[in-house]
Ligand binder design. Structure first.
Ligand code: ADP
Ligand code: MG
Length: 312
């Protein structure tokens, strides 16, 4: 079955995560998919890459309000006991991409048809770091409570390199897209990310970016056996950076289409997602958050069933 899902773009800083995530979001939206772009990077460039010039509500600064909403009337915990890994249970509010949804109204803006959310400006220094961690927590909670429908595409722009593993956010999507340039450093990120990705059984799509000739692709293939798409070094992207507009190259469009076909064909596994999120929550309890958060897991709750009910 073909359907949309939640995906996150990862890769070394500068490899083209934000650019390709924005191109992919636009590609999907233009083909009729309801699309939400979530910026989870400390360097907030996703909105700009989608030509959105206004301000964004800061999800990080408002994490308490987001918690309050998501917790709903869930009786298993108080708001101040809620962690970023706290899973939904009976009484929780799930989030949809419907225009009437609380989250969509409060935190998203319209970028020419793509809904976008993030933090907007993150202040520099200590405050910035704190704010960024809350942003990550907010995005992770949101993804954990997301009941996106089968024609809803959710695209997350993640923080650079192995930092993507510093939170458990990466495990709250259905698949990852790794963007690699033909450089050793870029391939290094693949080696760093692979063990965690395999451990949680996440589907991974690797996209080569900024390739000029066949030897670039071959270089990447020496380390990564499977590339799903090969994006060229693009005059269109370069012109955009200068604020100029040229037609998008056919090859770039074709490669986005190939990536889309892979993503849409990925089996969707709500039960697996729930299982993964419980595992990570329990691990959080053992690592630092304490035993008491273990009973935030509601044995009588099925994410798959809750989503099915909402999709009707
Ligand atoms: N395929 C491409 N062709 C030409 N320039 C590209 C391509 N992909 C990305 N770039 C450029 O590379 C730079 C880094 O891209 P960006 O998406 O910001 O990387 P990241 O989000 O991974 O840090 C930007 O200036 C962007 O325009
Ligand atoms: Mg970026």
């Amino acid at each position: 079955m073909i359907h949309d899902m939640k995906i996150a773009f990862v890769g070394k800083g500068g490899s083209g995560k934000t650019t390709t995530a924005a191109l992919f979001a636009r590609y999907m939206q233009q083909r009729g998919h309801r699309t939400l772009a979530l910026d989870a990077d400390i360097n907030q460039h996703f909105a700009a890459a989608l030509d959105y010039e206004g301000k964004l509500a800061n999800m990080g600064m408002e994490i308490d309000r987001i918690k309050q909403h998501l917790a709903g009337v869930n009786a298993l915990f108080e708001i101040d006991e809620m962690k970023k890994t706290t899973p939904p249970g009976r009484g929780s509010n799930l989030v949809t991409l419907d225009a009437s949804d609380w989250f969509m109204q409060e935190f998203t803006e319209d970028a020419d048809g793509v809904r976008i959310a993030g933090a907007g400006e993150i202040p520099e220094g200590n405050v910035g770091v704190r704010c960024y961690h809350s942003l990550n927590g907010a995005v992770e909670l949101l993804l954990g409570h997301m009941a996106d429908k089968d024609d809803d595409m959710v695209i997350v722009d993640m923080t650079a390199g192995a930092d993507a593993l510093s939170s458990t956010l990466f495990a709250k999507v259905d698949a990852l897209v790794l963007v690699v340039e033909p450089t050793r450093k870029s391939l290094g990120v693949y080696v760093q990310l692979m063990p965690a990705i395999e451990k949680y059984g996440l589907p991974l799509y690797v996209v080569a970016n900024k390739t000029v000739e066949q030897s670039d692709t071959n270089f990447i293939l020496e380390t990564i056996p499977e590339l799903v798409a090969v994006l060229p070094q693009s005059p269109y992207i370069r012109a955009r950076e200068r604020g100029q507009h040229v037609k998008m190259e056919r090859d770039l469009i074709n490669q986005l289409g190939i990536l889309a076909a892979h993503v849409l064909a990925t089996p969707r596994d709500w039960q697996g997602m729930q299982q993964r999120s419980y595992e990570l929550h329990l691990k959080n309890a053992d690592d630092w958050a304490g035993e008491q958060i273990k009973n935030q897991i509601d044995p009588g709750f099925s994410l798959a069933n809750a989503v099915t009910r909402l999709q009707k």
